[in-house]
Ligand binder design. Structure first.
Ligand code: CAO
Length: 482
């Protein structure tokens, strides 16, 4: 503690432009103060910078071991990302059954589905019946050896297994217990929740779609994957705090909260609505009055730069021949030139962002006349050269075939023993000193023996007993073995 006082003094002295002299710290007894070297003071207690080449100093989360009790999508998204960052993720699955997604939406008979394989890469799989006494023994050992337990069971399921926070924390006070639930504490806390329920309850669906149509869910899995990403940040923060406190904590991410966090611009607009119409919504330029709640805004921009989705050459036969076009104010003159309306640069009806607001519909119709003469990629090339922000609607086919995404490791091809090669999304977060570890997903129970012996220290005889007991094998198999 005293050392940190000295370090603070050092920081203050530095920020005052004085040379740091930790040995002169006021309150610290001489003996303690002398221990703070110049090296630790300037490095804030961190080790000396590694002199290994970047990318060869280990992975960011190396040494972190995760007890992964997740299933379906939200939890697995989180633990897969942590595995990509270098954590040792041990996925616990029910013997003979496993994560339900292994068998959902199967495209290759008898092979784990893409649903499963694309969310569980770089993990190890152990099968354990958590309701079997020997299964509980194994879990106890895992709890003692892991840093983080991650789960996204229905509310109460972990407690019903006997794995309450109190129980876990007693076995391992350093354990971080991270959960995804559908809702936080409140009237819905006991509800089971899937992706679209969260999109609806988090405010995304009511603000997505066209004004004249019903609420719409989006294909991006903001409820599941979005909440998994929030949880990963919570876990890493708790690991960081544990360096100071030495103890674990609970991390909770409710899917409703995660969606709302991603839809916050709409809560912004809800509050703006009290002060007048939302002038950047095309509804305003169409003269349609606003109601009490934020309306659906179609393809309007969510920010201060008006934008819309426009047809490109080939739109009649290609459902993805569109470009998203942003009329960013600083490049308005370039837009006028490129679409062939140079007089709009000085015309008082068009020259300023405010003047344009009631005319957005007409403006985008005119820009579309131009974009329809070009392919989306031609529009990209022309507009990017002029600094006009535009985005092509890329189909999943185009993304799967995109060379640059392969090169950056955002799309990765991995090989799987039963399904062969498949594409997965690699690590979207790039760290310059920690290359992503993107590997195939494990088969059900593929690492059971390896984890029992190498991680938990069971002997061969003990593993034999466990196998016979039915704690790690499906019931039929263990009966046949007995
Ligand atoms: N050994 C023995 N039993 C196991 C086990 C194991 N290794 N792993 C799981 N189980 C049991 C659990 O103990 C639980 O049993 P009980 O209900 O009898 O206590 C049961 O399997 C499964 O629990 P569940 O209720 O979580 O699963 P479900 O398929 O009924 O519900 C879901 C799925 C997603 C709706 C629910 O888990 C949920 O609401 N999770 C929280 C929110 C969430 O993450 N949703 C996103 C899912 S992705 O769209």
């Amino acid at each position: 503690m005293r050392d940190s006082v000295n370090l603070e003094d050092t920081k203050m002295a530095k920020s005052n432009g004085k040379k740091a002299n930790p040995t002169k710290a006021k309150a610290a007894p001489k003996k303690k103060a002398a221990k703070v070297t110049a090296a630790t003071a300037t490095n804030n207690g961190l080790p000396k910078p590694s002199n290994k080449p970047y990318g060869q100093a280990g992975l960011a989360l190396q040494g972190v071991r995760i007890l992964d009790f997740t299933h379906v999508q939200s939890g697995p998204t989180c633990t897969q990302l942590l595995a990509y960052m270098g954590a040792d993720v041990i996925k616990v699955e029910r013997p003979g059954v496993g994560d339900i997604t292994r068998g959902q939406l199967r495209d290759v008979p008898n092979a784990d589905s893409l649903y499963f394989t694309m969310l569980n890469g770089t993990k190890r799989s152990i099968t354990i019946d958590s309701k079997h006494p020997k299964g509980m023994d194994i879990l106890n050992r895992l709890i003692k050896t892991c840093d983080v337990l991650v789960e996204n069971f229905a509310p109460g399921a972990l407690d019903r297994m006997g794995l309450t926070w109190e129980y876990i924390h007693k076995l391992n006070p350093r354990m971080i217990v991270a959960s995804v639930k559908g809702f936080g504490p409140g009237p819905y806390e006991d509800c089971k929740v899937y992706e679209n329920v969260a999109q609806c309850a988090g405010g995304a669906a009511s603000t997505t779609g066209f004004r004249e149509g019903p609420p719409l869910v989006t294909g991006a899995q903001i409820g599941d994957s979005g909440t998994g990403l929030h949880l990963a940040l919570g876990i890493v923060s708790a690991l960081y705090q544990r360096i100071r406190t030495g103890r674990g904590q609970k991390v909770l991410c409710a899917m409703q909260d995660g969606v709302l966090n991603l839809a916050r611009v709409k809560l912004r607009d809800q509050q703006r609505l009290a002060h007048g119409p939302l002038t950047e919504y095309s509804q305003y330029s169409e003269g349609i009055p606003f109601g009490k709640a934020v309306p659906r805004a179609g393809n309007d921009s969510g920010g201060g730069q008006p934008a819309w989705l426009l047809k490109c050459k080939g739109w009649e036969s290609d459902p993805d021949a569109y470009i998203y076009f942003i009329t960013q104010a600083p490049v308005w003159e370039s837009i006028c030139d490129v679409i062939g309306e140079p007089t709009w640069k000085t015309d008082p009806d068009y020259a300023t962002p405010k003047a344009r607001l009631p005319r957005l519909k007409k403006i985008f119709e005119r820009i579309e006349v131009w974009t329809m003469t070009k392919t989306k990629f031609e529009v990209m090339d022309i507009c990017n050269a002029l600094d006009i922000p535009v985005g092509p609607i890329l189909s999943m086919k185009e993304i799967a075939e995109d060379e640059s995404l392969r090169k950056t490791g955002t799309v990765v091809e991995v090989d799987h023993p039963t399904r062969g090669k498949y594409l997965t999304v690699g690590n979207p977060i790039k760290l310059s000193d920690s290359p992503a570890r993107v590997e195939r997903s494990p088969l059900l129970g593929e690492h059971t023996e390896e984890i029992l012996s190498k991680v938990l220290g069971y002997s061969a005889a003990e593993i034999g007993d466990i196998e016979k007991s039915g704690a790690i094998a499906p019931p039929e198999k263990s009966k046949a073995a007995a």
